[in-house]
Design a protein around this ligand. Structure first.
Ligand code: APR
Length: 263
């Protein structure tokens, strides 16, 4: 289970860290209260604040960091049953985790839907508009097109319901970089069997790790990259992580700076 805390080392602010989190820095968007930026009722009145944020978060501006590549290595080793992420930055895909192993529970910029005729489009079709501060319009009915980011009150993607079989069969749960504040995602942390160890890698204790601990819970508190490095150390996977990161660096030379700044 992943949240915005795995992407802060890549330079993307999280939501709730006081001072640096997105919800503490929305004055520029001139909205009535922070969560309005992800509310449909407000979006239909004024989509501009959301698209200003979308311009910042649109895939392509940031690179995965060490934490993302650890999750990729779990996949490469055949150990990743599924990655449930709340993040909309798409960095799990960029890190090479295949879509069938991913549940992007709060949606993605990879696709977009017209809010009037409901036609679906590739998100790429509107990158230019978003970067040019233009509200994307449907090519067919001229309605406003909204990236498939899940707004408060909207249904989560169908794939989210894979949890019904994934969590009861998991034999280890990693919870990384999330405040576990938002439902129904947060409740997944309690959906693994009581015999299954749960490992939190986060700055602070959150959710059931704080108020409903189990005998076999483990909390690796502090910086997320340092915490993931500790796990890599304990698993003796340093070599493999460096090889993976080196290969990714060769594949994405332009991302070089970010890759090495972040890791
Ligand atoms: N190292 C360790 N922990 C970190 C780091 C870091 N570098 N950066 C952030 N964190 C921790 C924060 O302390 C916090 O506990 O990650 C967590 C991030 O929590 P949030 O900002 O609430 O982000 P998230 O849990 O992903 O939010 C969930 O809220 O508004 C909605 O849809 C939005 O998907 C988002 C959802």
């Amino acid at each position: 289970m992943a949240g915005a805390g795995i992407s802060t080392p890549s330079g993307i602010p999280d939501f709730r860290t006081p001072g640096s989190g997105l919800y503490s820095n929305l004055e520029q968007y001139n909205i009535p209260y922070p969560e309005a930026i992800f509310e449909l009722a407000y979006f239909f009145v004024n989509p501009k604040p959301f698209f200003t944020l979308a311009k910042e978060l649109y895939p392509g501006n940031y690179r995965p960091n060490y934490a993302h590549y650890f999750l990729r290595l779990l996949h490469d080793k055949g150990l990743l049953l599924r990655l449930y992420t709340q993040n909309i930055d798409g960095l799990e895909r960029v890190a090479g985790i295949p879509p069938d192993k991913l549940v992007e529970a709060h949606g993605t910029f990879a696709t977009a839907t017209c809010t009037v005729c409901r036609r679906k489009f590739p998100g790429e079709d509107f990158r230019e508009d978003v970067m040019a501060d233009k509200v994307p319009q449907c090519r067919v009915c001229t309605g406003v097109v909204k990236p498939d980011i899940v707004f408060f009150g909207e249904e989560l993607p169908q794939r989210f319901f894979l949890h019904v079989t994934d969590f009861p069969t998991a034999d280890l749960l990693l919870v990384i970089g999330t405040s576990l504040e938002v439902e129904p995602f947060a409740s997944l942390a309690g959906a693994v069997r009581s015999s299954v160890p749960r490992v939190l890698i986060n700055r602070d204790l959150v959710g059931p790790f704080a108020w409903q601990q189990r005998y076999n819970d483990v909390a690796q508190l502090g910086d997320v990259v340092a915490g993931v490095r500790k796990v890599v150390e304990l698993l003796d996977w340093n070599e493999e992580m460096q090889t993976l990161i080196q290969n990714e660096k060769e594949k994405h030379p332009l991302g070089d700076a970010f890759l090495f700044v972040a890791v």
